[in-house]
Structures are given as structure tokens and as C-alpha cells.
Design a protein around this ligand. Structure first.
Ligand code: AMP
Length: 330
């Protein structure tokens, strides 16, 4: 049996090329080797009280972006969390073996309390319980997580173990972190330092048109040129080379590396090439995003198909849990 890999997707759209090369491209590859579940975590997003219009729009944007990038509803189970009511039912049960003390000690909860003291709702406290439910309900073996989610994954292991011990069963497998190893790339931003991120405003988005990509790349921070090509490269220039290595052919990269070393590099030329190579990858995706966003019928089919497959798997687990806990019909 192929191992089950599950990944949650935040329901905030507008993916940048950092998301694409850092995470999404690995997900797309993973579809051929694992039994993948990808879901849009719309219930989780309710902790911030989004207005209904935006709530729905965000799910649509994210779904269109992931499908356009190559997540395939035939290869994977792609679903929206709230369309699987079994998740909410298991979440209720899971809350019975999660303790307030351990939830209050979670770093992400403490951070939210500090940042948003006026909205410390119970959903925020039990966020890791819902996350564990998402994972355990499909008996996932592997979960790709970023650093900020490691503690939540550890809690999922604790909850799985606790249930197994409490009822003296070997029911839930303990989920492990999926490690992309050397495939993991960090895409730097265009502002000279640090990584590309949405809140940093230093990114190129999959929905950016050709003109926007060129304008952003041409404005990217560089330096005044290699004063001494043997000295270490400045960070902004190193960052541009890093993006070039990700999007361009080896020959192009070597050409500009040589130019840099010989002291004859013209950053304007390199940026023009970089923008063109980014566009080669992102523009076809952009076109598909727009197409999918305009096709509600297709999106509806994808969501219904995903819900059907996810519910089949979730209801099996839920039935098992309920039987173990002693729920019975008369
Ligand atoms: P975010 O929505 O910013 O939390 O990003 C979602 C995921 O995209 C992260 O967990 C990373 O795997 C990936 N990601 C985001 N920004 C970058 C980046 N600049 N370079 C590589 N991967 C990234």
C-alpha cells in the first residue's frame, strides 16, 4: 500500500513563486508516489471571523490556484474541510481527550493571545485538536509541515497515542513529518534580503501579468556591480542568482555567473532574462487560474468529487472510533 500523505492548505489565496517552488511543486510530484489528500482548511480560518463573502471567495481562489498549478483531482483527494462533516464529529470526540493545559501551552496559541487579546476564542485554543482530527481521520502516515507547524504535528502524535492507550488498541498510526530533503528550496524576495513572503510584499504572484512580473523584477534590489568579483557576492545579487537557478536553464545561469566573475555583468540584462524565465513558468499557470475561476461548474464538480472520496475514508475511521468508544445502536 502506498503511504498516505496529507497536507492542509490555508484558505488564503494569492500564491507567490516562493509557495510554488517551495511547496506546491513538491506536492505535485508527490501525487505520483503517494496516496495524497489535500484539503483547504476553511474551518480553521473561522477563528478570525472572515465575512461570509470573503470566506467563500478565499476558498475559490485557493482551489483555482492549486488546481491550475497541477494538483490533480484524479490522482489525489482534493477537498474542502467543511464538506466532510465527519471531521466536525470526530473533532467533538477528540476534544474529550485533549487537555486545556496542553492546549494553552501551545506556542501558536500563546502568540495569538499576545497579538489578538480581544479574540481569544475557543476555536483558537482547540486549533491543534482540529488539525489532529484532519490528520488522524485519514490515518495519514506523513504530513509535510513547516517549522511553525511542528508542535501541532507532535500534538497529533500525542492524541493518537493517548487514544490507542486509553482504549488499549492500535487504531491510529502516529503521523510523521514529511521531509522533502534536498528538494526543499527557499525562494528569496526581491527586496534584497530574506525570503519571499506575502506579508513582506516582496513577491511575484502566480496571478501577476507579464508587465507586472517585468516591472517587479526590474525594480529588484541589486548592488553597484562587482567591485571585486572574487569577494563574496552581496546578498541582493546572490538572491537574484538563487531565483535564476530555480527558474532558468543551467546554461543561462552559467552565462551570468561567468559575466559576474569577469566583472562585465549588466544587472539590467540579467533581470530581463530572469523576468522572461519566470513568465515562462507563471503565465501558463495564470491563464489556467483565470480559466478555472470563471468555471464554477468545474469547481463544483471538483469539490463534490473530493468530498465523496474524503468522506469515504473519513467515515470509515469515525465508525471505527465510535465502535471502540462504545457507541451502539439499540
Ligand atoms: P505561507 O502561506 O507563507 O505560510 O507559505 C506556505 C508554504 O509555502 C510554506 O510552508 C512553505 O513550504 C512555502 N513557502 C512560503 N514562502 C516560501 C519561500 N519564500 N521559499 C520557499 N518556500 C516558501
Amino acid at each position: 500500500m502506498k503511504e498516505i500523505v496529507l497536507s492542509g492548505i490555508r484558505s488564503t489565496g494569492n500564491l507567490h513563486i516562493g509557495n510554488y517552488f517551495g511547496a506546491l511543486r513538491n506536492f505535485i510530484r508527490m501525487q505520483d508516489t503517494s496516496n495524497c489528500f489535500f484539503f483547504i482548511a476553511d474551518l480553521h480560518s473561522l477563528t478570525t471571523h472572515p465575512d461570509p463573502e470573503n470566506f467563500h471567495k478565499n476558498v475559490k481562489t485557493v482551489l483555482a490556484e492549486y488546481l491550475a498549478s497541477g494538483l490533480d483531482p484524479e490522482k489525489s483527494v482534493i477537498f474542502v474541510q467543511s464538506t466532510v462533516p465527519e471531521v466536525s464529529e470526530l473533532y467533538t470526540l477528540m476534544n474529550m481527550w485533549s487537555y486545556v493545559g496542553e492546549l494553552e501551552r501551545t506556542s501558536s496559541f500563546k502568540e495569538k493571545v499576545r497579538k489578538h487579546p480581544n479574540n481569544v476564542n475557543a476555536g483558537l485554543l482547540t486549533y491543534p485538536v482540529l488539525m489532529a482530527t484532519d490528520i488522524l481521520i485519514h490515518k495519514a502516515h506523513k504530513v509535510p509541515v513547516g517549522k511553525d507547524q511542528e508542535q501541532h504535528l507532535e500534538m497529533s502524535r500525542v492524541f493518537a497515542r493517548r487514544f490507542n492507550n486509553m482504549y488499549n488498541v492500535e487504531f491510529f498510526p502516529e503521523p510523521a513529518a514529511y521531509n522533502f530533503g534536498t528538494d526543499l528550496v527557499k525562494v528569496p524576495g526581491l527586496d534584497g534580503s530574506g525570503k519571499m513572503g506575502k506579508s513582506e510584499g516582496n513577491g511575484i504572484y502566480l496571478t501577476d501579468d507579464e508587465k507586472t512580473v517585468h516591472r517587479k523584477v526590474m525594480r529588484a534590489v541589486t548592488d553597484s556591480g562587482p567591485v571585486n568579483p572574487d569577494a563574496p557576492m552581496s546578498e541582493p545579487v546572490q538572491n537574484l542568482f538563487t531565483i535564476l537557478q530555480i527558474v532558468s536553464d543551467g546554461e543561462v545561469v552559467r552565462f551570468y555567473e561567468e559575466k559576474y566573475k569577469s566583472g562585465g555583468i549588466r544587472y539590467g540584462d540579467m533581470k530581463k532574462q530572469l523576468a522572461e524565465d519566470i513568465c515562462k513558468i507563471t503565465l501558463p499557470i495564470r491563464e489556467r487560474i483565470l480559466e478555472i475561476q470563471g468555471n464554477d461548474k468545474y469547481l463544483d464538480e471538483v469539490v463534490k468529487y473530493g468530498a465523496e472520496k474524503a468522506r469515504a475514508s473519513a467515515s470509515k475511521t469515525l465508525a471505527g472510533v465510535k465502535e471502540i468508544m462504545g457507541f451502539k445502536w439499540f
